[in-house]
Ligand binder design. Structure first.
Ligand SMILES: NC(=O)CC[C@H](N)C(=O)O
Length: 197
């Protein structure tokens, strides 16, 4: 048990700053990560929302694709929001050509499943393991999870679709808790990192 784990936020593209703030509010030491060497210094990693095709391309360009796949497969705790959830999927239903993922969660995801930017919405979401009521789910061109393997725990659904999952040390949500000022999900992730390090 490590009381103050160091948690990186993958800083290739997306809403990195908001995650750094949410992690600090949840009592973690948080820092941006964009170079392979920096992976050695972290106990866990957040993969932010943004655009998964861009994150995928930049991860290859920055030499992070393979090292990150290995760390995740070896059990480093990771939390992906929205585009980050897509990056943790073992399979994308509708990838752009050449789009790759880090994998780590045995699930098939559908990109942009909840519609376009102007169909973005907020909704209360009840998440298993989060106490004191639903979280405010912010869905922005959000993916949903089409199907999961036997090892995957479904933590939340919205409108009959899976929007939060966990497999071992990998956590993912279709929505963006870092944009709400409610740090309960980041707190859950920080606890996962503490327990693992
Ligand atoms: N808010 C988001 O992260 C949007 C994700 C985006 N639709 C993608 O495919 O990466």
């Amino acid at each position: 048990m490590n009381p103050s784990p160091v948690i990186g936020v993958l800083a290739l593209q997306g809403d990195v700053r908001e995650h750094l703030i949410a992690l600090a509010a949840a009592d973690a030491v948080a820092r941006p990560v964009r170079r392979p060497e920096e992976l050695a210094e972290i106990d866990g990693l957040v993969i932010p929302g943004g655009e998964s095709t861009t994150i995928s391309k930049l991860a290859v360009l920055f030499g992070l694709m393979e090292p990150l796949r290995e760390r995740i497969a070896a059990g480093m705790p990771v939390y992906g929001t929205c585009a980050g959830l897509i990056m943790l999927a073992d399979k994308i239903l509708d990838p752009r050509s050449g789009q790759e993922t880090f994998g780590g969660i045995d699930m098939i995801v559908r990109r942009n499943a909840f519609g376009r930017q102007n169909e973005s919405f907020e909704a209360g979401v009840t998440v298993t393991g989060i106490e004191d009521g639903p979280v405010e789910g912010v869905f922005i061109r959000a993916p949903w999870v089409e199907s999961v393997g036997a090892q995957v725990e479904v933590l939340a659904e919205h409108g009959g679709h899976i929007v939060a999952v966990r497999q071992g040390n990998a956590l993912a949500t279709s929505f963006h808790p870092e944009l709400t000022g409610d740090h309960r999900i980041h707190g859950l992730f920080v606890d996962m990192v503490r327990a693992a390090s």
